[in-house]
Write a protein that binds this ligand. Structure first.
Ligand code: AMP
Length: 486
């Protein structure tokens, strides 16, 4: 597979090339240099790539190229049949993909509509009825529109399942199957997923025909570049541990700023954000119960640096365009080992090490083992010298009362003692050492999700592209899928 160092050499229409250049893209990312030629040839693709790799342009640009023969300026809806469909798990991802697609097609007469739930249907209905060549949608709302005959998928030539693993996790399989059944059998199908469960393999086997397998690490972030730490503690110590880390768990013992903190449940998400706020931390929560507006507001504040700590559940955090944070903290060990991969994928970049810290209690033993099996890596848990939060006994805090295996049974310090196994760990005296300041000063700069940071990073990625693509074995995806057909 050849590598492309600029957008002029793919054979893309000049209007597309001009549009991406205007967006500041100078060099294709690794997934783009791999995917664009293959998708342009009309082949099916199974891509192992996360959000943040530039995969949207990787599939969207060649799809747009293939749609151009149908592009026309007619006002008649009939002349704008839906020919490409992108399904995404969350409204945020659908929005992000559509925003990008709209910019890529800006210089062509092609039209794109975004369709997702939680907002008024009317504007979407109007857009669909006016005729569009491309729909970016979450499955449920698209089915609503189909039922109301606001659009038809009978002429779809290309379909993309974006973040397919998350769509399955969110229970979208029946909806996806219904939608796929409405598409013509003769079509090009692309599927992107960061992880590969048995269910994903089955879906890929049914959905794709002789797929080309593509694999790229998250832009500049391979697992080797992420320092993964596990801190063992008692359940009742978690919030103190988090506060300690925020204050002094950063590079060279400095504070951690702008960190995503993952929890497993919405209720915990709310509670923790509140506790952090009470402790004077600039924190907000992002979870599935929040409205679209609230989520966007929290995310915006986080991107601008107004919010330092964003406490998130997996569902809410998935698909967000948050790139390259220096730190991610798993306040809870995820129930699903594969979520761990997604969570830590939010950090790490070439030349500098991202840090993923996970808090582990005695009850998390099995969950951590599952992660170790998945990532084929063993953790060496450490302990953390904690600053205690004020004079208040943890046993007195209502939120902690009755939680955990020992927490809150009495007022004495017994309530704070970890169970026996954890004591042994503690007595071993391996205490947590913050990461050293990385050589690359990227992480000492404020977090900038877009423009300059992304551009600089993509340039670095592109200059590594040749080496990376040679080094990346296709075999892992092939093995995950039960062997490549090619
Ligand atoms: P994605 O992984 O597709 O969600 O893209 C992540 C971010 O990178 C988005 O903000 C894109 O606009 C940006 N991006 C994608 N490809 C490039 C590129 N070749 N050069 C610069 N930025 C890019």
């Amino acid at each position: 597979m050849s590598d492309y160092t600029d957008f002029d050499h793919f054979g893309l229409d000049q209007r597309i090339v001009d549009a991406v250049k205007e967006m500041g893209y100078t060099t294709p990312t690794p997934i783009q240099s791999k995917a664009i030629p293959i998708v342009m040839q009309g082949k099916d693709v199974m891509g192992a790539a996360q959000t943040g790799t530039g995969k949207t342009a990787g599939f969207a640009l060649p799809i747009i190229q293939r749609l151009l023969p149908h592009a026309n300026t007619s006002m008649s809806p009939a002349r704008h049949a839906v020919r490409a469909l992108v399904l995404a798990p969350t409204r945020e991802l659908a929005d992000q993909v559509a925003e990008n697609v709209k910019k890529y097609i800006a210089k062509t007469p092609l039209k794109c509509a975004t369709v997702y739930g939680g907002v008024d249907m009317d504007p979407q209905t109007q857009a669909l009825r006016a005729g569009v060549e491309i729909i970016v949608a979450t499955p449920g709302r698209l089915l609503d529109h189909l039922q109301m005959k606001n659009t038809s998928l009978s002429q779809v030539q290309m379909v993309v399942l974006d973040e397919a693993d998350r769509m399955l996790d969110m229970g979208f399989l029946p909806d996806i199957s219904r939608i796929l059944n409405l598409l013509p059998k003769e079509r090009q199908s692309l599927m992107f997923s960061a992880t590969f469960s048995e269910e994903i393999k089955r879906l890929a086997a049914n959905f794709l025909r002789d797929p080309q397998l593509l694999e790229v690490a998250r832009r500049n972030a391979t697992a080797e570049l992420i320092r993964q730490d596990v801190i063992k503690l008692h359940d009742s110590e978690k919030t103190d541990a988090l506060l300690t880390l925020l204050k002094s768990g950063g590079h060279d013992g400095g504070p951690i700023k702008q960190v995503l903190v993952f929890v497993n449940a919405k209720i915990e998400c709310r509670r923790l954000a509140r506790q952090l706020q009470k402790a004077g931390v600039n924190a907000d929560a992002i979870h599935g119960d929040k409205t679209q507006d609230e989520r966007m507001k929290a995310l915006d504040g986080f991107k601008k640096g107004e919010i330092e700590v964003l406490v998130a559940t997996d569902v809410a955090a998935r698909g967000l365009d948050i790139v390259d944070l220096p730190f991610v903290i798993n306040y809870d060990v995820p129930f699903n080992a594969e979520d761990y991969v997604h969570r830590i994928g939010r950090t790490g970049r070439a030349g500098a090490t991202g840090v993923a810290i996970m808090l582990m209690t005695g009850a998390d033993e099995r969950g951590v083992q599952a992660i170790e099996r998945l990532i084929k890596q063993q953790f060496t848990p450490t302990t953390l010298e904690m600053e205690r939060s004020g004079r208040v006994d943890r046993a007195d805090r209502p939120a902690e009362r009755g939680r955990g295996d020992r927490g809150g049974r009495d007022r004495g310090d017994r309530a704070e003692r970890p169970p026996r196994g954890e004591r042994t760990e503690r007595d071993a005296g391996r205490s947590y050492q913050p990461a050293a300041q990385p050589v690359d000063d990227f992480f000492s700069k404020p977090y900038q999700p877009n423009d300059a940071a992304v551009k600089a990073e993509n340039e670095a990625a592109a200059s590594n592209a040749a080496a990376t693509s040679k080094a990346e074995p296709r075999s892992r995806v092939a093995a995950l899928l039960g062997g490549s057909k090619r």
